[in-house]
Write a protein that binds this ligand. Structure first.
Ligand SMILES: [Ca+2]
Length: 389
C-alpha cells in the first residue's frame, strides 16, 4: 500500500538489497524495510546464563516503583511540565535536566487508567491510517469502540473493509493496576486456526495522538523517550516494536528504539531484539541480534523479553542519538530527522508508535499459521514518558 517492498532478510546491510531499485515511489511505508536476525544459536556464548539472582533482580510480576508524588499525563509542552518521575537514565546524560512533557503511566493507578483515557491520548492506527503496517503485519489493530474504527485496505480482507472493533468479552486491551495488557487474539471466537496471511487476528497496538513537530536539529531541543514493557506470554511470530517515524517516509527517518519478532531459531519465548535507525548512521551492528547485544555489554540473562525492561532513546539537537536498554548503551549514531533522513531534507514530524502485533507477511520465518488455541499472545506496558530540554 505504501511503496514497493525492499526486504533485507539475510542481507547484511541496508544498501545492498537489490529490491531497493524497485522502490520508485517517493513515499514508502516505515515498515517496508525489515531485517530478520541471522540464524544463530539461542545461546551465543554457549555457556549457561548466570542465575537470575546475580546482578540486577528480574522480577516477573513487578513493575517500577510507584512515583511518590502526584502524576499527570501532561500536555506535551515544555513550558507546562507534566507531573511525574524524572528519567531513569538521567545520570548518563550530561547537561541541563530534562522536563517531563508526556507521562503515559498505564494502569488503573496511573495516568492512563481506562480505555476512555487511552482513547483521549492514542489512536488505533498509524499515521498513514493503516492498521497492519500497510498490510504487512499479520495481525490487525482493533478499535476500542465502533466510533474509533476506520476504513482500511481491501487487501486485509476485513468485512466492509472496516477496522474490527474490540470484543469486551475477549479484550485486546485490559487495564491492571500498574499496566496495560495488550493481547493478540483470533478475531473470531470460533476460529480453530489463524494465519498471518489471513490477517484474522486482532491486537492492541496504538500510536500517540500527540506528536513532535520534528526531531534533532529540526526540533532544536533534546528529546528523551523512556518506555518500560515486556512480553509476559510470547508466541512464535510475535512482533514487538517501540518506534518513531514521521508523516512522510522514504527509507527514513525512523528510529526503532526496540524491535523484536519471534523467529523460530530464537524460540521458544521472546529474547533478543535490535535497535536501529532507518536512514541514520548506526554505530552498532544488529544484523545478528544476540551478537549485537553481547557487543553492547548486555549479559545474556537480560535478553529475556518476558521480563521487564526499560528502553530509553536520547536524541539531541545536534542530531546524535543514543539508546539505553536497562542502562546499557545498545545503539548510538547520527540521524537527520527529515524526509529520507537526508541533511537539509524536507521536514517531517515525529509520531510515537507502540506495536504489540503478530507476524509479517513478507518475512517467511514469521509468515505462519497457528492453532487459535495458542492465543492470546500477551504484551504489557508499564509506562512511556517523553522529556524535552
Ligand atoms: Ca504503570
Amino acid at each position: 500500500m505504501f511503496g514497493s517492498l525492499c526486504l533485507f532478510v539475510g542481507c547484511t546491510g541496508s544498501s545492498s538489497c537489490a529490491g531497493a531499485k524497485e522502490n520508485t515511489r517517493e513515499q514508502g511505508h516505515p515498515r517496508d524495510q525489515v531485517a530478520a536476525p541471522d540464524s544463530v544459536p539461542a545461546a551465543a556464548s554457549g555457556e549457561r546464563p548466570p542465575a537470575l539472582s546475580e546482578g540486577d533482580p528480574l522480577r516477573p510480576g513487578s513493575v517500577a516503583p510507584k512515583p511518590t508524588g502526584p502524576e499527570s499525563v501532561g500536555v506535551g509542552d515544555i513550558r507546562e511540565p507534566a507531573l511525574g518521575p524524572g528519567p531513569t537514565e538521567a545520570a548518563r546524560v550530561t547537561g541541563a535536566p530534562f522536563v517531563l512533557v508526556k507521562n503515559w503511566n498505564f494502569g488503573s493507578a496511573g495516568t492512563i487508567r481506562s480505555t476512555q483515557e487511552l482513547m483521549s491520548e492514542f489512536e488505533f492506527h498509524d499515521q498513514f491510517d493503516t492498521i497492519a503496517n500497510g498490510t504487512k503485519y499479520g495481525s490487525v489493530t482493533v478499535a476500542p469502540t465502533p466510533e474509533t474504527a476506520i476504513f482500511v485496505a481491501r487487501e486485509l480482507g476485513l468485512p466492509d473493509n472496516k477496522q474490527p472493533v474490540e470484543d469486551p468479552l475477549r479484550p485486546n486491551r485490559e487495564f491492571k493496576s500498574d499496566v496495560l495488557v495488550a493481547h493478540v487474539r483470533p478475531l473470531s471466537a470460533t476460529a480453530t486456526k489463524v494465519s498471518v496471511k489471513a490477517h484474522d487476528t486482532g491486537n492492541g497496538s496504538f500510536m500517540a495522538k500527540w506528536k513532535l513537530p520534528s526531531g534533532g536539529s529540526g526540533l532544536g531541543k533534546d528529546l528523551l523517550w523512556e518506555t518500560r514493557a515486556r512480553i509476559p506470554k510470547p508466541l512464535l511470530g510475535y512482533w514487538f516494536a517501540i518506534w518513531t517515524a514521521g508523516n512522510r517516509w522514504d527509507k527514513g527517518a525512523e528510529m526503532d528504539v526496540v524491535e523484536s519478532f519471534g523467529v523460530p531459531h530464537l524460540a521458544p519465548g521472546a529474547k533478543c531484539f535490535h535497535v536501529n535507525s532507518v536512514g541514520g548512521d548506526d554505530n552498532e551492528e544488529f544484523d545478528n541480534w544476540p551478537r549485537g547485544l553481547t557487543k553492547a555489554g548486555v549479559p545474556e540473562r537480560k535478553w529475556d523479553l518476558s521480563q521487564w525492561h526499560t528502553w530509553t532513546w536520547v536524541y539531541l539537537r545536534d542530531d546524535t542519538y543514543r539508546v539505553y536498554y536497562d542502562g546499557h548503551l545498545v545503539q548510538h549514531g547520527k540521524l537527520y530527522w527529515t524526509f529520507g533522513a537526508k541533511p537539509n531534507g524536507p521536514p517531517i514530524d515525529m509520531r510515537f508508535l507502540f506495536d504489540f502485533s503478530w507476524g509479517h507477511t513478507e518475512i517467511s520465518d514469521v509468515n505462519i499459521s497457528l492453532p487459535a488455541s495458542s492465543f492470546p499472545l500477551t504484551y504489557e506496558i508499564d509506562y512511556s514518558r517523553v522529556y524535552l530540554r
